[in-house]
Design a protein around this ligand. Sequence first.
Ligand code: DHB
Length: 308
Amino acid sequence: STKTKIANFEFDNCIMNAAGVLCYDKDELAKILNSAAGTFVTKTATLEPREGNPEPRYHDTRLGSINSMGLPNLGFDYYLDYLLELKKTHPKRTFFFSLVGMSQNDTHTLLRKVQESNFDGITELNLSCPNVPGKPQIAYDLETTEKLLTDIFSYFKKPLGIKLPPYFDLVHFDQAAAVFNKFPLSFVNCVNSIGNGIIIEDEKVVIKPKNGFGGIGGEYVKPTALANVHAFYQRLKPSIQIIGTGGILSGRDAFEHILCGASMVQIGTTLHKEGVSAFSRITSELKEIMEKKGYKSIEEFKGKLKYL
Ligand code: DHB
């Protein structure tokens, strides 16, 4: 089976959406709820609702996607209310709540509200949004990240993970892992989009915000995503699990993420292109690979990447 556990919660399937795709409102989230996905994560919520950047702000290409959404979302209360409703209708299931403040103060306000609420799922703090003009990706500044996590864990006692941007230097993996290992994180999620690429069609950029710069997803991203999953799998203490995100189009891609150390995998660009049937397709492709190789559970090959 493709069952998995994150933060001691059980999931029937290790495949889910990536934050930002098909998770903006209850209608979209209900589609994932009723699909083959093991769970869902909500669109990253801010304290107040946001319109996001001007359109066009998302564009698919043959090999992936580019986006500069700018954190459009319905606001913290909307997603919390829905997650609390689901506790009544689906009491045995666990969902992920993605959050980030527009300032450190806002982030603390959000996380204190989660701590004080009846939400008993998993919180994913997004330290890697590349698309809000003037706001750097938090996790590229490890001093800020360490201070933020120190303050958060002084009051936050529920399961918490962080969504990371891709890193590209082995020393940066060492430095980032040394910071994350100081904290009782449940997981790190590798990776968010490769920030600030440009895609050109007919001599023009394809999205409007920031004159065309945007986060890259899809096939372009898989080698970088696998490297980040495996680099953190090698460096983090075993209590910090890895969620693998980036370039998963097939069961083979999901298998490779798990081989690199992922306990759960998330689908972004492919879910946007294909809809929720991507979950059942990728799950059956993964199961077929496992069957051929004689693996009965993902534990049997998780992290067991072979070297030359
Ligand atoms: C957005 C994009 C991201 O990659 C992210 O992590 C959060 C928000 C966005 O543009 O909405």
